[in-house]
Structure formats: C-alpha cells, structure tokens
Ligand binder design. Structure first.
Ligand code: PBG
Ligand code: ZN
Length: 323
C-alpha cells in the first residue's frame, strides 16, 4: 500500500483548487524613498529598479501603483541636512510629513505607512541619540523623540506608523504620544523582531543611512537567537502593537512561523533590500528564472505565516498576479 499523491496533481484545475497558499496584490506594501527637489528620480546601483524620488515623482509613482492595484506604501525620508539628533525628522515640515500630505491629497485611498526611525536623519547614522559615555544609542531619550516624530506623521495624515529602531519600550512611548494627541485609532505596525543583518546593505545606500561608526548590534537582534526573537514580538504585542513584523524575511522563515504560532496579531515580513538585490544579480547573471524565483520566494513568506509582505518586488509581482 502507498498513497498516490499524483492523482490530485493530474488535472490543472484540480491542482489550482487544492492550492493551499495564495499571494494577492493586497498582501504587498511597496517601499518609497523620498527626498527634496523636483524631477528627481535617482537609481542607486546596489538596488536596481528602486529610486530616490522627489515628491512630484512620488506622486507619479503612486499613479502607477494604483494602476497595478497596489494600495499601500511605506515611506522613507532622505533629509537635506543631518545632525546628531535627527532634527529634520522632528519638524512639522519634514520631508516625510510633506510627502504624506501630498499623497493624501492626490491619492486619498492609498494606505500610507511611515517608517519611524532616526538613522536616515542623524549624521552618525544610528537609530537614535548617542550617549557620549557608551557611544551607543540612548534608549529613553530616543523614545521621547520617537513619540514626537509619530505625532508629526499622524498630523500629516499617515495611516499607520511603523517604528523600526528596536528601542525598548518604543510601542508604549509611541502609543502614549499618539493617544495624548487624540490619535487613538492610528495603528502601529512594529518592526518587532528585527535582526542586525547584512542583508540591509543596499537599503543603506538608497536611504543614505549607514552608521558612520560601529554597528547596530546594541539594538538590533543577534541572528542566532530564536527565543529572544519570540520575546521581542510578544513584548511589542503587550505594549499595544497592532501588527508585528519579522525582518529580514528569507533567512528567518522559521522565526516567522514561531511568532505566527505565538500570537493572534497580524504578522508582516520585510523582504529586505539584500534579498531583492540577490535575485536581481542572479537574474542579470542569467542563472535563474527571475519571475519564477521571485514568486516562489514571496509565496514561501506567505506560507511561513506572513499576512503582509513589504517588498521591492511588489510592482513586478502585481503584474504577474494581475495576469
Ligand atoms: C532603518 C531601517 C532599515 C531598513 C528599514 N528601516 C535598515 C537598517 O536597520 O539599517 C532595512 C530595509 C531593507 O534592507 O530593505 N531602521
Ligand atoms: Zn534606524
């Protein structure tokens, strides 16, 4: 006796009928990088197909996204000036606040998510204020700044806040800050389990956010740690996060599954820049079927337990899903 698995694979319709995991365009959030100026659309070599854009170009991009059925973006700002605290991010006229207002006006139905961190805005490239004694990020002062930054985005009309700095207590601090200003219904998607990963390299070129000294290992997680990964996400749920996240995605699908099984909250993954760049490089070298590998990779993230995928592949994948 043995099972004839192939019976259910013989007819294409039956195969489709028995498909257990489905990717949808609504699963995707597309990252956008905004900087000041006009008519700026600058590609960065390490991340082909991804651009630094001025607001007018971002609006053009939103039109294209709308046509593809992509209804959600995550915004990263590249400021004109950086300083030790990241003041540009703490001002009502920050590039991200301006962009949120412009998109809200032109595309009111777009779900705008804002990445909340300081590494793009500080001259040292770390995700918060540096404590001169330890030369590491000062957690609790950074929390106060995060709350200010969140309220600025909220006032500009953002639809969801996504803190990515891995500061302890960041969800409590941001939630309190938002609630105090009346934004009780604004959701927080926490980068709850974020590893200190080499896969962020290309992003740091585009966002101009590489640390000028040291690394991020005093706040981002050790890639070796599974139990701690769970604790980080469970903690953010307790602090009031509305959606959790694992980042990066591809090398951490076991963590995605672990967290999915430990929470009833929706779970996002960030299919990060290095993961995207690897596929692009392999395609350019002619060694893979790019579209096939891309869709299989995204499907794997969904199957592992992701409800949401933040991905630079969103437009290419939407084209395939739209047929
Ligand atoms: C900043 C931030 C990073 C990414 C998103 N937000 C990078 C970092 O921690 O240096 C990475 C995204 C990617 O690699 O695509 N806190
Ligand atoms: Zn950061």
């Amino acid at each position: 006796m043995f099972t004839r698995f192939r019976r259910n694979r013989m007819h294409a319709v039956l195969r489709d009928m028995l498909c257990e995991t489905h990717l949808r365009v609504d699963d995707f959030i597309y990252p956008l990088f905004v900087r000041s100026g006009k008519n700026i659309k600058k590609e960065v070599t390490s991340l082909p197909g991804v651009f630094q854009m001025s607001i007018d170009e971002i609006l053009q991009e939103c039109k294209e996204l709308q046509e593809l059925g992509i209804r959600s973006i995550i915004l990263f700002g590249i400021p004109d000036v950086k300083d030790s605290v990241g003041s540009e991010a703490l001002c009502e006229h920050s590039i991200v606040a301006q962009t949120i207002r412009a998109i809200k006006k032109a595309y009111p139905d777009m779900l705008i998510v804002s990445d909340l961190c300081f590494c793009e805005y500080t001259d040292h490239g770390h995700c918060g204020v540096i404590d001169p004694k330890t030369q590491s990020v000062e957690n609790d002062i950074t929390l106060e700044n995060l709350a200010v930054q969140a309220v600025i985005h909220a006032k500009a009309g953002v639809d969801m806040i996504a803190p990515s700095g891995m500061m302890d207590g960041m969800i409590t601090a941001i939630r309190d800050g938002l609630d105090a200003e009346g934004f009780v219904n604004l959701p927080i998607m926490s980068y709850s389990t974020k590893f200190a990963s080499s896969y962020y390299g290309p992003f740091r070129d585009v966002a101009e956010s590489a640390p000028s000294f040291g690394d991020r290992r005093t706040y981002q997680m050790n890639p070796a740690n599974r139990k701690e990964a769970l604790r980080e996400s469970v903690e953010d749920e307790m602090q009031g996060a509305d959606i959790l996240m694992v980042k990066p995605a591809l090398a951490y699908l076991d963590i995605v599954r672990d967290i999915k099984e430990s929470t009833l909250l929706p779970l996002a993954v960030y299919n990060v820049s290095g993961e995207y760049a690897m596929l692009k490089a392999a395609a350019k070298a002619g060694v893979i079927d790019y579209e096939g590998v891309m869709m299989e990779t995204l499907l794997g993230m969904k199957r592992a337990g992701a409800d949401i995928i933040i991905t630079y592949h969103a437009k290419e994948a939407a084209k395939i899903l739209n047929g």
